[in-house]
Design a protein. Structure first.
Length: 95
């Protein structure tokens, strides 16, 4: 799965070009609306890319855990309960 970096309020031209070159059709926005606003997502949509889904938590650790719980089952892992990033407070797994 490719990883593309965006600014909060603008999708860089180089990022969009790289996504197109890789023939990406779906993206997962990793971060809430204060980290990635609607502007970069609208740019993706205007260029034919589908948002599927937006994943985020209350902080970086929870966002990382949310990503793990979302992606790992599709990779054949039925119980992805582990730490994917250092956390100062425990992260409760989603139901």
């Amino acid at each position: 799965m490719p990883l593309a970096i965006t600014a909060t309020n603008k999708l860089p031209d180089a990022t969009l070009a790289a996504l197109k070159a890789a023939k990406v059709t779906k993206v997962i926005a990793l971060g809430g609306p204060t980290v990635i606003t609607a502007v970069p997502l609208a740019t993706l949509a205007a260029n034919g890319l589908t948002l599927d889904p937006r994943l985020f938590g209350a902080n970086r650790s929870e966002t990382s855990s949310t990503l793990a719980y979302s992606i790992l089952p599709s990779q054949g892992l039925s119980n992805p309960w582990f730490h994917v990033a250092p956390a100062y407070t425990p992260v409760t797994p989603p139901p």
